[in-house]
Structure formats: structure tokens, C-alpha cells
Design a protein around this ligand. Structure first.
Ligand code: MN
Length: 246
């Protein structure tokens, strides 16, 4: 008979062979309660890009006009503000991408753009960390992007600012520094598809639920980050997100 030393019993009386994974959650600004994370959706190429960046991945040139690039990360990839991130396995090119994160607060299925913002709980600063070498290899060969995007520690995210405190952001400067040097700078107003369009489109493909996060894409030119460097991402009105790679 197989036995476990670390079994646990949940509220329903089920006993597990090992402890279930912990709930991943984010701080909520102005609240003692936490935002439990369910799913992480991410949007690619959502700001104007220099042509040479698109040339890195030939498959991107086959995108149809208006096509949305959607990929996922795992919720246990969340890293909170101030937490160090071990340099990921399997890469020699870790890249930062500062992004607006939309936090969903109510179920959204097949919603129109006009009503989409009603489903937003709040906003946060995120960093869509990328193993760029693995991503480009996958994209060049027509493979899935997961290996480049959905790895341990790949989803740093700051505290969630409720809409009740910050409203809906149409324009705001966003930026990221590495060891104090400015590496990325942009503005939310340049987003190609805004949160209402993204929420509506996602809601026609997936059942959005409270706890879902949407990383909405990064402006400018994402850059490399190495061991012992500290990234600080920020969006005016949403504070900053600091993580050191160790
Ligand atoms: Mn991104």
C-alpha cells in the first residue's frame, strides 16, 4: 500500500495524497483581503513595433490584420512585488516586458465591448518575463510558445489597484528600468487593442471568471535582464513593481 506523510484534508473532507497547491494571490491596494488568481491570459504585439522586431520571428509576418496574439501563463508563475526571481532554467536570454495587467472581477462570457469594463476589478503593473531564445526557436519552427512564455517565475505582478480607487486608465506613462537605467518607455494610449476590446474578444473564446488576469502587451523594445540585476516597472497611477533576478 502506498502511504503519504504529507496528506491533508480539505473542507469537503477529501484527503489528498500530498498537499494541494497553494492559492496564488495578489495584494489589493487599500484592502486587507487578497485577489486570488485563477488564470493568466497574455496579449502579444499590442503596441506599435519597429519592423526589425517583427523580422526576428518570421511567423509574425503572417499575422492577418487585426489578429490578436493570445497566450497563457500558469498562475503559479506569479511573483509579487519585492520578491526575488531565480534566473530561469534553459535560457541565455531572459527578457523583460512591462505591461498593464487587467484583473477581472466578475464572470464575463460573450460580452460586448461597451460593457466589458464592468467586469474589471482593477489594474496592476505586470512584467511578462520571456525566455526569448526559446520563444524565437519555437516561433521560427512553428512550435508552441509556452516554453518561452509560461515558465516558473515568469509572471511578476504588482498589487491590484481597484477601479473604485483609480478608475479606468486611458493614458498613462509606463516604463521599466534595469539597475536604474531606463530600458522601456511607452504610454497606455498607444495600445493597439484596448482593454474593452481585449476583454470582449477573450470572453468570446473563454469563460472569463473572477481572478483572471490579462497581461495586455508591452510597449517599446523589450530588453535583456541578467542575474543580480533589479527590474523596476511602473505605470503612472499604479505604482511600481520591483523584482531582482538572482
Ligand atoms: Mn508581453
Amino acid at each position: 500500500m502506498v502511504t503519504s506523510n504529507s496528506g491533508s484534508t480539505d473542507q469537503w473532507g477529501f484527503e489528498y495524497f500530498f498537499s494541494p497547491p497553494p492559492v496564488k494571490s495578489l495584494a489589493i491596494v487599500g484592502s486587507k483581503t487578497r485577489f486570488p488568481v485563477r488564470r493568466i491570459y497574455c496579449i502579444g504585439i499590442n503596441y506599435p513595433r519597429p519592423p526589425h522586431l517583427l523580422e526576428q520571428a518570421p511567423s509574425l509576418q503572417n499575422l492577418t490584420e487585426g489578429q490578436t496574439i493570445i497566450f497563457d501563463k500558469h498562475r503559479d508563475a506569479i511573483v509579487e512585488d519585492g520578491v526575488n526571481i531565480p534566473y530561469p532554467q534553459g535560457t541565455n536570454n531572459l527578457v523583460h516586458e512591462v505591461e498593464l495587467v487587467v484583473a477581472i472581477g466578475t464572470k464575463a462570457v460573450d460580452v460586448d465591448e461597451d460593457f466589458a469594463l464592468n467586469h474589471v476589478f482593477g489594474y496592476a503593473v505586470g512584467n511578462d518575463l520571456t525566455r526569448k531564445d526559446l520563444l524565437l526557436t519555437a516561433m521560427t519552427s512553428g512550435g508552441a510558445v509556452d516554453v518561452g512564455k509560461a515558465f516558473d517565475g515568469s509572471a511578476p505582478c504588482g498589487p491590484v489597484h481597484p477601479v473604485s480607487r483609480v478608475g479606468h486608465l486611458n493614458e498613462a506613462r509606463m516604463w521599466l528600468t534595469v539597475d536604474g537605467y531606463l530600458r522601456q518607455e511607452g504610454d497606455l494610449k498607444d495600445m493597439l487593442k484596448k482593454p474593452p476590446a481585449l476583454i470582449s474578444e477573450l470572453s468570446h473564446l473563454f469563460h472569463l471568471q473572477p481572478g483572471d488576469l490579462i497581461y495586455t502587451g508591452t510597449p517599446g523594445i523589450p530588453g535583456t535582464v541578467n542575474r543580480n540585476q533589479t527590474m523596476v516597472g511602473g505605470i503612472d497611477g499604479l505604482g511600481t513593481l520591483t523584482n531582482k533576478v538572482i
